[in-house]
Design a protein around this ligand. Sequence first.
Ligand code: GZL
Ligand code: ZN
Length: 331
Amino acid sequence: MNRKRSVLSALLALSLVCAACGIRTNLAPEAEEDLIVVGMCQVGAESDWRVANSESMKTVFTEENGYRLLFDDARQKQENQISAVRKFIQQQVDYIVLMPISESGWDSVLQEAKEAEIPVILVDRMVDVADEELYAAHVGSDFRREGAQAVQWIETACPETEDPVRIIHIQGTLGSTAQLGRTAALEEAVARHDSWELLSQLDGDFTQAKTYEVLTEYLSGLPAGQEIDVVYCENDNEAFGAIQALEENGYACGKDSVKVITFDATRNALLECMKGKIALAVECNPLLGPMVERVIQTIEAGQVPVKHHYVEERTFTAGELTEEIIQQREY
Ligand code: GZL
Ligand code: ZN
């Protein structure tokens, strides 16, 4: 905790004791000064996952918990994130929490934060910077591992036969760590399996609307009755758009027809999975607030936090899901 806040918190404690024993002091509790000010740069609200991620942060970084949260929604534009970081530097916040929309383009603004001696904590996706000292820690997911879990399931569901495995790949926001990791896992598997055929890679930008649009256009150009075995969607909102486009074009979605794979496994996707429309849901845990707070408390205690913190994630298929399991989930 920095000097300014420790002096003030001592004075605050003193004034509270005086107030408790009825002695009037002229010290208005400077509670505001005692709060840890966190400038948060969120990507946007493009997906159910993102909404749950923001919710998790707002639940943790409250005044009761000792924080003043300054929350910026970049509406999925990196330039908005960069100006928000600059604004937080001017405001001299105590910490900057950044959910970087894409990996590139961060070196200079993170250098400015470093010169202002404001620790930056990366959440969810990563940045590709020359100097790892430009951020204090990263809290997020191992996206290649998520992709590897999906590939493993396809290998089991579509055993190697002379029959090709025809895959349509719907990618997330291009250049985001989640897209890069999930894409790498699939592309490596396609290179490894002669019978796997990548029919097309489409940019769904992690949204339902974009996926519906690009897949509808792609399907309209296919020969009638073209077989599709797997649609690999890099998040739930893409899966919802894909199911809509597939069904409108005469394709059935299910484990014995078009196998739709999704990432995030938010409640709505698990419901589709239980109904059999989504064949596999790979969990991507958005509830990162508590882990970010632990990093801040580590730094407040004068210690150096571990650089990378990964959340535990699993997969779901229809057979494992019931209404109550889904209702119990936090997102
Ligand atoms: C993954 C996160 C991705 C989600 C999408 O951790 O970056 O961004 O998978 C979200 O739903 O839009
Ligand atoms: Zn994840």
